[in-house]
Design a protein around this ligand. Structure first.
Ligand code: PA5
Length: 426
């Protein structure tokens, strides 16, 4: 099974809640049916699912061709975007592109914050390199990427005769400042479909182009998600994505406030950041939703792990792990046992990590943090594609059960209005 969902350490806490499981299963199935039938809030925003049921192979090929050109000609690809316009790409690359590898262009990000020092040093670093730019903004007006793009475009135009060829714009099909500018300049363009919101867009060109440029087989990634979407179309309440949605709803309704997604491998850190946006923007409205927090274990066990174990008892937790206990360098036996580690002789890193996970899951459950474990049988493009859809479907169902619109983000506008007024925008 590519994805395995274990509820062992949530079971006792669930049993103690005042919840009628049959009614909960009925509610989750009803919400699931609304997703399948296009009867959710904002039903016009369900394109992230429809595009998997009706795959556009020509688009996948076009993305792969453009990515090949970038891989052949660029030392660096600068991806400019924020929120849903970069988190998915970063997550998949972090998971699948081996660290310390110099195969293909370096993929860098800009416009994902307003850090002045970062944006100065970035262009100093890029000087002298062959650079391509992918500017990604559905609205085409978001300040952070628009500012970075202005800098990046000037950087390219000052250095390359074929600057316009090196800029690829991923934006709305028909309207917006970026769309109009890209048409005027004749940039290559990819479309963010109208019916796909930013945080659901990783499997559109928003994520696929940077991911393909990093060397990942995007067709396999995409078809992994297709497989999960098809499986969920036939699912009953025992499907892990629906159990997850139902369980977290039960905890939410019983007063739990926060969900931790704890990844047991640094390659999954970006998935945690992507998940955090997906659930935070989809559910955190109208005074509702579990606050999503992503942690990296065992690193964070030496920091906020203290809080998880003994702080306020309002947390639930998901462990995200890879089934790789036999992997990594093994501990070698040493005659004098200078560091007292001979008891681990012959054991690979993966084994030690596995025991850390097992011990932590049990300790947290005993400390009053109900937890689930989602295990990837292996970390490859297909399994990751499945995981992306698993969470997209789960949040659509879970948000529908909460009776919020999982596809809007009205709260994001509030800071923008105040910032623009301070900036004196006309
Ligand atoms: O999920 C979302 O819709 C947001 O996070 C957007 O992706 C983010 O605000 C960037 O918007 P845009 O692509 O329009 O620049």
């Amino acid at each position: 099974m590519p994805l395995h969902f274990d509820r062992q350490y949530a079971a006792d806490a669930l049993a103690e809640l005042d919840v009628d499981r049959d009614a909960l299963d009925g509610d989750v199935l009803a919400a699931h049916q609304r997703v399948l039938n296009g009867e959710t809030a904002s039903p016009e925003m369900l394109g992230w699912r429809q595009m998997l049921l009706d795959p556009d192979d020509a688009l996948l090929e076009s993305v792969a061709d453009t990515a090949n050109e970038i891989r052949e000609r660029a030392d660096a690809l600068l991806c400019i975007g924020i929120g849903g316009s970069y988190l998915g790409a970063e997550a998949v690359m972090q998971a699948l592109v081996p660290p310390f590898s110099d195969d293909g262009p370096e993929v860098l990000f800009a416009g994902h914050h307003l850090g002045p020092d970062y944006h100065r040093r970035l262009f100093e670093y890029l000087d002298g390199k062959s650079v391509y730019i992918n500017i990604i903004s559905k609205s085409g007006t978001t300040l952070e990427p628009a500012l970075a793009f202005r800098l990046a475009r000037r950087f390219l135009e000052d250095r390359f005769d074929d600057a316009d060829r090196r800029i690829i714009a991923t934006t709305d099909a028909q309207r917006g400042t970026l769309h109009d500018f890209a048409v005027e300049r004749g940039y290559r363009r990819y479309v963010v479909p109208d019916d796909v919101g930013g945080r659901f867009s990783v499997l559109t060109p928003v994520g696929l182009l940077p991911i393909a440029a990093s060397g990942v087989d995007v067709r396999t990634l995409f078809y992994g998600a297709v497989a999960e979407a098809r499986e969920l179309t036939e699912a009953d309440a025992s499907h892990p994505a629906l159990q997850y949605a139902a369980d977290r709803h039960a905890f939410h309704e019983s007063g739990y406030k926060t969900e931790v997604l704890a990844s047991m491998d640094p390659r999954l850190t970006g998935i945690g950041d992507w998940w955090q946006q997906l659930f935070g923007e989809s559910e955190g409205k109208e005074g509702k939703g579990l606050f999503p927090v992503t942690l990296q274990y065992t690193t964070d066990l030496h920091s906020v792990g203290q809080y998880v174990q003994q702080g306020q008892r309002v947390l639930v937790e998901t462990f995200l792990r890879i089934d790789d206990a036999d992997d990594g360098p093994a501990v070698k036996e040493e005659d004098s046992d200078p560091d007292g580690l001979n008891y681990l002789a012959g054991k690979p890193y993966g084994f030690v990590n596995e025991k850390a996970y097992e011990g932590t899951a049990e300790a947290h459950a005993e400390g009053g943090v109900p937890n689930w474990t989602l295990t990837l049988s292996r970390l490859d493009a297909e399994t990751l594609g499945r995981l992306l859809y698993f969470y997209e479907h789960a949040v659509a169902v879970s948000g529908t059960m909460l009776d919020v619109d999982p596809f809007n983000q009205p709260g994001v506008e509030t800071y923008k209005q105040k910032m623009f007024s301070l900036l004196g925008r006309p």
